[in-house]
Write a new protein. Structure first.
Length: 201
């Protein structure tokens, strides 16, 4: 697991990544690229619009916590941000066949199952707790998780993750902001997850 720890924002690192434009971008409408979420399909923010970066080949930088090292170089990603403290990320991987896609989705879920424990092992000054929010019925299904982190310097962040699959394509969605489990927009994030999986192809 590789996480860049910023004392102002531990978990929602996608906020920082989304403000830049990566080199070598590709169009979301490219024939071999699954469709990505539109900004309007993310959980609504109370006081800001969502803005999207380009659909970009390769691993996101910084990598998302817990699952980042599992993402292959064949990943395609898109980052999202608001004007305030909320960011999001979608990463999609097209495998060679459905069997490999099932295995990759299972690997991501395993990483998320142990996320809080792994964060605390790697960062002794971070306390983490997690919740499993259940399954979303979309294509071959998706699973939703929440992770709350509190740093010794006072930062408190809530992140939500989902892993979904359609055939040989797997997508990971991450949403994060400062807060705790009470600030997790579970119903909205599940709706976003369903949209992400349903529009893969």
């Amino acid at each position: 697991m590789s996480v860049r720890v910023n004392k102002g924002m531990f978990a929602a690192a996608a906020v920082l990544a989304a403000s830049g434009v990566a080199a070598g971008t590709v169009s979301a409408s490219a024939a071999d690229t699954p469709r990505f979420l539109a900004p309007s399909e993310l959980p609504p923010h109370a006081s800001s619009d969502w803005y999207a970066g380009p659909v970009t080949p390769g691993q996101p930088d910084p990598l998302p916590m817990c699952v980042g090292e599992a993402l292959p170089s064949t990943s395609v990603h898109r980052t999202y941000r608001t004007d305030l403290d909320t960011g999001a990320l979608q990463v999609t991987v097209v495998e060679r066949d459905e069997r490999r896609a099932k295995e990759f989705a299972a690997l991501l879920r395993k990483k998320l199952d142990g996320c809080a424990e792994d964060v605390m092992k790697e960062y002794p000054d971070i306390t983490a707790k997690q919740k499993y929010y259940g399954k979303v019925n979309a294509e071959e299904g998706a699973h939703v998780y929440g992770v709350h982190t509190v740093a010794s310097w006072g930062a408190s962040d809530i992140n939500m993750f989902s892993v979904g699959r359609d055939g040989r394509t797997v997508t990971l969605v991450q949403w994060g902001q400062m807060g705790n489990f009470a600030n997790a927009q579970v119903a909205d994030f599940k709706a976003t997850t369903a949209k992400a999986v349903n529009k893969l192809y």
